[in-house]
Design a protein around this ligand. Structure first.
Ligand code: CMC
Length: 428
């Protein structure tokens, strides 16, 4: 805690508010008693200056382009770690030793199967349904199946629900994809890695053996690491808010998926690749840059800009390098990658983007890789949701285990009519 309180002079009276310090990052002014003391609320739509909770999971320094999970830089984790290891780290706070990691991986692997009746839900969707629509429905439906892990005051049940969610997400994502292309569902196979298993369930076909390509497996695992958590972003805050009422954990994650779908959030990866394809060739880039700068045009450069990063998103740095490596290793050329590189260069040298500190974010390059791997654009946000599930459940667990946890209940600045009397319909 900082020594000196923050002082507020309001309607002629002085009030002191404690200033709390984290281990790193900006101090926060503790205004929990503000309303009781002053009768006033704070006003911060979009939460640009509001810390909604304390958390020991993920730290971002947006000015410096730093992202740490439990203290470890994202670049190191992406290069040296695995998604299972990062998942353990996010959930439990420390990197696991070898036998703990094996045990954790085994637990997740053994939860990948879905209740057989879940397949019926998929068949109720139109074949052309967006896979994010299917994800929202299918993950919400899990709440109807796993009643033995929904007593949220019990840490063991919370952990079982968390493991189930992390494990079943790839199965659901792969089923959503297989359904959309009219192929049969492929069941999990326990001798494969988390990511290898997902690739086989997504691209495999029961008539033939499926060989997991180790380059694609490693790349996909890295993409999952890059998306695993990002502190109090919109979908994570949605999961926390839903969970703050004591709601079913599977339903809370379905709420997070719904929020992630939006183009300003996880839906940006799909929108970014669609944009790059629409631009098509480098000569058309200036036109799109001009459109992005035009206040009368709703067009934005998708995969550019971030609420927190006012510097290069460190995930985009890894992603850009990964695209280079993967295209080289798979011996694939993609003209869209050149469009992306040139668009980035032109935007980063343009005064509009410099002044507003708009840099590529994680979604700018991810679509190029995912498309090279063979995923259609509609699956991109599904893959984001799959990976972010561990972050959501880690944050949800942290919130529920906080003894001071309260239901999230923001207030408002009311601007509607003041009280008036009802007029019967014939007299209006
Ligand atoms: N292209 C053109 N102008 C932009 C862009 C962009 N991509 N992003 C922000 N701006 C401008 C915006 O018009 C505004 O200008 P002004 O101050 O003149 O009104 C200024 O920059 C600040 O933008 P904002 O919308 O007030 O900032 P925000 O923090 O509320 O929004 C954002 C952040 C990510 C929603 C926004 O940058 C955006 O819409 N980017 C494109 C979508 C995207 O890539 N989203 C993925 C985010 S990263 C992954 C994730 O979180 O899921």
């Amino acid at each position: 805690m900082a020594d000196a309180p923050a002082k507020l002079n309001f309607e002629g009276k002085d009030f002191d508010y404690k200033v709390l310090s984290g281990t790193v990052g900006p101090d926060v002014i503790d205004i929990r008693k503000l309303y009781a003391q002053t009768g006033a609320f704070t006003y911060d739509p979009g939460f640009t200056s509001t810390a909604s909770c304390d958390s020991a999971i993920t730290y971002i320094d947006g000015d410096e382009g730093v992202l740490l999970h439990r203290g470890y830089p994202i670049g190191q984790l992406a290069e040296k770690s695995s998604f299972m290891e990062v998942s353990y780290l996010l959930l439990n706070g420390e990197l696991p030793d070898k036998s703990t990691l094996d045990h954790f991986t085994n637990t997740i692997t053994r939860h990948t199967m879905l209740h057989e009746q879940m397949a019926m839900f998929f068949r109720g969707f139109r074949r052309d349904a967006h896979p994010m629509a299917i994800m929202c429905g299918a993950v919400g439906a899990l709440s109807a199946f796993y009643h033995d892990s929904t007593e949220i005051t019990d840490p063991t049940q919370r952990m079982i629900a968390s493991h189930r969610l992390i494990a079943k997400m790839p199965t659901i994502a792969a089923m959503a994809y297989q359904y959309s292309v009219g192929r049969p569902f492929v069941y999990p196979q326990n001798n494969l890695s988390y990511t290898g298993n997902f690739l086989r369930m997504a691209f495999g076909n029961p008539a033939e053996p499926y060989e997991v390509n180790p380059i694609i497996e490693r790349t996909m695992d890295r993409i999952f690491i890059l998306h695993a958590d990002h502190e109090q972003n919109a979908s994570t805050s949605t999961v926390r808010l839903a969970g703050s009422s004591g709601a079913n954990p599977f339903a809370c994650i379905a709420a997070g998926i719904a929020c992630l779908w939006g183009p300003a959030h996880g839906g940006a990866n799909e929108a970014a690749l669609n944009m790059l394809r629409e631009i098509g060739t480098p000569d058309r880039i200036p036109h799109y840059i001009e459109r992005a700068k035009d206040k009368n045009d709703p067009f934005r450069l998708m995969g550019f800009g971030h609420r927190v990063y006012k510097n290069y998103d460190p995930r985009a740095t890894v992603m850009q390098q990964t695209v280079r490596d993967v295209l080289k290793e798979l011996n694939v050329t993609d003209p869209i990658f050149d469009v992306a590189l040139q668009l980035e260069e032109m935007a980063l040298n343009d005064p509009y983007f410099i002044e507003k500190k708009l840099f590529p974010n994680v979604d700018f390059y991810s679509g190029v890789i995912l498309s090279a791997i063979g995923f259609p654009t509609t699956m991109f946000t599904v893959l984001f949701a799959l990976a972010r599930t561990v972050g959501w459940v880690a944050q949800w667990n942290e919130m529920i285990s906080d003894p001071e946890q309260k239901i999230g209940r923001p207030r408002q600045l009311y601007t509607g009519p003041t009280q008036r009397d009802y007029v019967p319909v014939g007299q209006r």
